[in-house]
Write a protein that binds this ligand. Structure first.
Ligand SMILES: [Zn+2]
Length: 89
C-alpha cells in the first residue's frame, strides 16, 4: 500500500528550475533525509539503483504541487524508498 492510487486526473508536468531551487525543494520536502547538495547519492530500494539528487525527476501537478520521482524509467520510487548509499556499500 504505497505509491498507488494517485488520481488519474492529476496531470504531471516536468518542473524546470535551477539547481539551487531544486536543492531547496528537496530540503523542504524530504521528511526522512538531509540534503546538503544535489551531488549526494541515494539508493532506491524499489529499482535497486544509485542516483544523484540532481537526477531526481521533479514534476508539477495542476495545483503547483511538486512531486519527486526516482530518475529510473518506470520507477515511481520516492523519498520513502531512498536510502543513504553508505548502507549498501
Ligand atoms: Zn527507483
Amino acid at each position: 500500500m504505497n505509491g498507488e492510487g494517485e488520481s488519474a486526473s492529476a496531470e504531471l508536468h516536468p518542473f524546470l528550475t535551477t539547481f539551487g531551487r531544486k536543492l531547496k525543494l528537496l530540503q523542504a520536502h524530504d521528511p526522512l533525509k538531509q540534503w546538503w547538495s544535489l551531488d549526494e547519492m541515494r539508493f532506491c530500494v524499489k529499482c535497486q539503483h544509485l542516483f544523484l539528487g540532481r537526477d531526481i525527476r521533479f514534476l508539477e501537478d495542476d495545483s503547483q504541487v511538486v512531486h519527486f520521482h526516482c530518475p529510473t524509467f518506470d520507477c515511481d520510487g520516492g523519498f520513502a524508498d531512498w536510502e543513504y548509499p553508505e548502507l549498501h556499500l
